[in-house]
Ligand binder design. Structure first.
Ligand code: ADA
Length: 564
């Protein structure tokens, strides 16, 4: 399942989830041996979606691997949608390579033409190799490099003229009662020039219908503007109203869901619909010991329920674009979200690599375009803990920020910095977001107080005294079930006291507009990380990897209930 509503009601969509033939390819011989035509005799069956590292015997496997299965279609052209994969992917249909892409957290769409009705062979090579120069993420990260096709795969049978994409932008009038809409629709055609009507319905009622002259075999862009929707109900945390748009053209249709609200940064505040919003949040990885990144819907739902019970109004999707279904759940529940690309911990040399920049830009573009309509997303995160003290850091931050702003002006920008006092990139963001671990890695917990004084002095010096501050990461590791009277590091007691102290301190400071506890649940971490990580897990979760609460969970719940 890829969305909580039907994206198409007329188009024939088949799920390609289920068992695929699978073979790891540690020596990279698959291309030479033409595994895209015939998988090796000893290949096994593997369930898709899934991560191969959750299979017996493949716990640590990183490299390339092949998946294969057949599909049937009745139309000569189809679109294959891979909603999530790791690293580099090459797709082969009937032995011919039809597409390749690097970076799969926002998926990939492949159109295949000239097919005979009937059965066809599909093979996919996925390579999750990481390096320390220009893969995003790098080899050295603090989560696990799961490999595989970790979200659903769909086959869409395409009519001769089909709707590829629709982007809806809106402006609320001054009373926030009506919106004026601009809709950019991309139509693709396989046939001759033709004319059709493009109709737009909102929640089942026709909004408009326009004639469209389609170019022969190619794309036609249509812009529908100056459409007004009256008496709209805003999307807000306590009343998350959503609107379903349906675009219809000939034999095809496309649905998008949106909510109307404003988000802005003004006078030291983050305003949602004009009112200050204080963020009470957690960082969450898409991770579970049995599924890796391939979190099933019922677990996503449970995570949302637990996070709501904690008293949060926000989640940071550390550190990559999340499953669209998870974002749909947040849209429905009124929980706001910070989304970012998996650019974690890049040192200067890796930032200066042209491929890093190219890949980062492509990932940002894919993220903003895929997720533009989610009202829950209120912040775009440019990157996490890159070396923002360097010119290379500044250049890449500027390039990312500029591009995001050309794609979407409706959300503020931020990034999480771990060198806030020496950071030279703050001009690229609207909010300064700080990752710090005083009392865990660096000195005593009391150092937080002086740090906040220094941070404000830095903002003053930068000429940004009113830049709102988010504490985007702070936390302490705790081994689930470890309790002592003395509460040293790694006990639940230490973590509880740590979060009680920091949350109280942050809440007392009006310049801080939000906190994201590091982190929601314990996660598997990468072998490359040279920090101490008992169990090979990052144990700073306030629930463990099976979502069992640690003591700190109740303390955070108590604090968030009292907060602004
Ligand atoms: C960093 C990083 C997180 C995690 C955390 C930690 O700030 O952004 O992904 O690694 O530190 O636990 O040390």
């Amino acid at each position: 399942m890829n969305r909580l509503f039907d994206r198409h009601t007329q188009r024939r969509v088949q799920s390609l989830d289920g068992f695929w033939q699978f073979q790891v390819d540690p020596n990279d011989i698959g291309v030479a041996e033409q595994w895209y035509l015939q998988m090796p005799a000893d290949s096994r069956r593997l369930l898709v979606p899934g991560c191969w590292n959750n299979e017996l015997g493949l716990y640590h496997y990183e490299g390339s691997a092949w998946y294969s299965r057949s599909f049937t279609c009745t139309t000569p052209q189809v679109q294959l949608l891979f909603h999530g994969f790791t690293g580099q992917m090459d797709v082969y249909v009937n032995g011919r390579r039809v597409a390749s892409q690097y970076g799969g957290f926002t998926g990939m769409a492949v159109v295949v033409e000239n097919l005979e009705p009937g059965e066809h062979q599909l093979a996919v090579r996925v390579d999750n190799t990481h390096n320390d120069r220009n893969t995003i993420p790098l080899a050295r990260v603090d989560w696990f490099h799961y490999g595989g096709l970790f979200r659903s795969i769909e086959l869409h049978e395409l009519p001769d003229v089909w709707l590829q994409d629709a982007q809806i932008r809106y402006e609320l009038d001054r009373n926030a009662r009506s919106v004026s809409l601009t809709m950019d629709v991309t139509i693709q055609s396989f046939g001759a020039e033709t004319e059709e009507r493009l109709t737009v319905e909102v929640n089942g009622e026709e909004l408009c219908s326009v004639p469209v002259a389609m170019a022969a075999a190619g794309a036609t862009q249509v812009q529908i503007s100056e459409q007004t929707l009256r008496d709209v109900q805003l999307w807000d945390c306590d009343a998350p109203h959503l609107y379903l748009f349906r675009f219809t053209l000939g034999d095809d249709d496309l649905q998008e869901r949106i909510g109307f609200r404003t988000v802005e940064v003004n006078d030291g505040q983050l305003l949602l619909n004009g009112r200050p919003l204080n963020l009470k949040g957690v960082n969450r990885h898409e991770d579970h010991p049995d599924w890796g990144f391939a979190i099933p819907l019922h677990l996503m739902r449970k995570d949302v329920e637990i996070i709501k019970m904690l008293g949060c109004n926000t989640i940071r999707g550390s550190h990559y674009p999340n499953h669209p279904v998870f974002l749909d759940l947040l849209d429905e529940e009124g929980i706001v979200f910070w989304e970012e690309i998996p650019m974690w911990g890049f040192p200067e040399q890796a930032l200066a690599d042209p491929l890093t920049r190219e890949r980062g830009l492509a990932m940002h573009k894919a993220m903003v375009c895929r997720d533009l309509h989610h009202p829950s997303i209120i912040l775009w995160g440019l990157h996490n803990e890159i070396d923002t003290r360097t010119q290379a850091g500044l250049q890449i931050s500027q390039a990312f920020a500029e591009q995001v702003k050309t794609l979407d002006t409706s959300r503020p920008l931020t990034y999480a910095t771990h060198h806030p006092l020496d950071d030279i990139c703050l001009s690229t963001a609207d909010i300064v977001s700080v990752n710090k671990y005083f009392g865990w890695y660096e000195g005593d917990i009391e150092r937080w107080e002086q740090f906040l004084v220094d941070l404000k002095a830095k903002l003053q010096w930068e000429g940004r005294p009113h830049m709102p501050i988010i504490i985007s990461e702070f936390g302490a590791g705790a081994i689930y079930g470890d309790n002592t009277f003395e509460a040293p590091k790694w006990t639940e007691g230490y973590q509880t006291d740590y979060l009680a102290y920091t949350l109280e301190l942050f809440d007392s400071d009006p310049a801080i507009i939000g906190t994201y506890v590091w982190q929601y649940c314990d996660i598997r971490t990468a072998r490359e990380l040279d920090l101490g990580r008992p169990r090979s897990f990052n144990n700073k979760g306030i629930v463990n990897e099976y979502r069992k609460p640690k003591q700190a969970f109740w303390k955070v719940q108590e604090r968030y209930a009292k907060q602004r």
